[in-house]
Design a protein around this ligand. Structure first.
Ligand SMILES: Cc1cc2nc3c(=O)[nH]c(=O)nc-3n(C[C@H](O)[C@H](O)[C@H](O)COP(=O)(O)OP(=O)(O)OC[C@H]3O[C@@H](n4cnc5c(N)ncnc54)[C@H](O)[C@@H]3O)c2cc1C
Length: 440
């Protein structure tokens, strides 16, 4: 079943999830409304982003206020905040806002600090993938340090997970066992040699560190997920991961995953490549553990659009939100149809996109646990709980680290939340559920 025949079920599932998820707590609702309000004020939005970016380097609230005032466009707000009382209020409020935002999106400064929440989520039937904040690597020493942190985090997670009670629903699907320990890593943090026109340089440089991480994940029975970043590193990341996983050493593990970004116009061809790899007996076809593909829309839309405009290149991403949403649905259906050769993780906070995948999986005759649904901490917590309550397999992406290391991550989340057409913005702005669940 596909196309219009799925619509009634998509609406049913969407309404059920919306009821179960509710509207978030009072504070989260307030924050979401503020984000939605900002989406119509680009100059204020830019000033706030720039302030968030410099906040960790500010030594006092007064310095933070000075930056905010300098970034604001001329007008009443700027002159008001320039007065002594306004400046004091801006510094204090700005500092609090950054700290609150970090607390919302970051699960803890370390795995041990995050351990109680990881355990509590597991009890609710929600698994986690941990992401280590701190993404920019400019020297080989930083790459080695990031690899060491990943290695130690795998070990720390394994220790924390020993305390968790067995959960059949989270520990296996129709394709076999699923590791409790799950870490998301970034290849660009494993090499300072990311060169869009020579992906092989970065791939060769990152190869030994990534191979060692895969080997370690295999030794301790963990899952390693390789995040996808901006397009200039896609060839490096994809080819390196597929190449390494095809090595005989990794035939029986570890469980591993990659990310497919639906906002890229050529994402269908990328999926062709992954499906061919998984079927090739000399490549992924020799593996006994299916590759997981996390389907996302993509977190670098502004970056890709602006970069292409600056250089006069064709824009690699879709230009209308509905095109990305449609591509997401097409790719969801293809990925779900590839189970159990591939495992699918649907990563979205858009009720329509998620409900569509659930309806597709039902129509394909998959069991509820055969597809994973992933949400970001701080953005999809209510949806995650609603999915788990439906008996679906859910995982929260949970960044670990400090605010300074997490700035790039926080700014990406802010960009998403204040984009005019984003699902969360439309919902916070009061768009009716029927419209939110309509076909894109
Ligand atoms: C668990 C998890 C893991 C993730 N991992 C990654 C990752 O490894 N790599 C990565 O890049 N992203 C990742 N993301 C982020 C993801 O790509 C999206 O940015 C985010 O989830 C918002 O998409 P949505 O479907 O939730 O929301 P929606 O509001 O439905 O969609 C917003 C998205 O649509 C796209 N978009 C925005 N404006 C336009 C436009 N004008 N035209 C066309 N498309 C537009 C952008 O991709 C934007 O993020 C992850 C998300 C989750 C939940």
């Amino acid at each position: 079943m596909s196309g219009p025949a799925l619509e009634p079920e998509i609406r049913r599932v969407g309404r059920r999830l919306a009821r179960a998820a509710g509207g978030g707590g009072l504070r989260a609702r307030g924050e979401d409304r503020l984000m939605s309000w900002l989406s119509g004020r680009p100059e204020l939005r830019a000033a706030l982003f720039r302030t968030v970016d410099v906040a960790p380097a500010c030594v006092s609230p007064d310095e933070l206020a000075a930056h905010l005032i300098a970034f604001l466009p001329p007008g009443r707000l700027r002159s008001g905040l320039s007065r002594p009382l306004g400046r004091r209020a801006a510094g204090w409020l700005g500092g609090r806002a950054v700290a609150e935002m970090a607390g919302r999106f970051i699960i803890g400064e370390s795995v041990s600090a995050a351990a109680p929440e990881l355990g509590a989520l597991w009890e609710q039937g929600i698994a986690v993938t941990v992401d280590l904040l701190g993404e920019r690597t400019v020297t080989p020493a930083e790459a080695a340090a990031y690899a060491r942190r990943c290695h130690d985090t795998l070990d720390a997670l394994a220790v924390a997970a020993e305390a968790w009670a067995p959960r059949a629903d989270a520990e296996c699907d129709g394709a076999g066992a699923l590791p409790r320990v799950n870490l998301s890593v970034k290849v660009t943090a494993l090499t300072p040699l990311v060169r869009p026109h020579a992906p092989e340089r970065g791939a060769e440089d990152a190869r030994p560190l990534l191979r060692e991480l895969l080997a370690h994940a295999d030794r301790i029975g963990a899952h390693l997920h390789i995040d996808m970043e901006s397009l200039d590193s896609r060839a490096l990341v994809l080819e390196l991961v597929l190449d390494l996983l095809a090595e005989p050493e990794f035939t029986d593990g570890p469980s591993a995953g990659i990310v497919l970004q639906a906002y890229l116009r050529d994402s269908g061809e990328v999926l062709d490549r992954v499906i061919a790899w998984a079927a090739d007996p000399a490549a992924g076809g020799r593996r006994t553990v299916p590759l997981t593909v996390r389907l996302v829309k993509g977190a670098y839309w502004d970056h890709e659009t602006i970069l292409a405009a600056q250089h006069g290149w064709p824009v690699p991403v879709w230009s209308a939100q509905a095109d990305s949403d449609r591509a997401f649905e097409t790719l969801s259906a293809r990925l779900i149809g590839a189970f159990p050769t591939l495992r699918t993780a649907i990563a979205s906070h858009n009720l329509r996109s998620v409900a569509h995948a659930i309806a597709c999986a039902e129509a394909a005759g998959l069991a509820p646990g055969d597809v994973e649904y992933q949400v970001l901490r701080g953005l999809g917590d209510d949806l995650g709980r609603a999915l788990a309550a439906e008996g679906l397999r859910c995982r929260v992406y949970a960044p670990v680290g400090d605010v300074v290391a997490g700035m790039a991550y926080l700014v990406r989340r802010l960009l998403e939340n204040t984009a005019n057409d984003s699902f969360l913005s439309r919902r916070a702005g009061g768009t009716a559920l029927g419209a939110l669940l309509a076909p894109p």
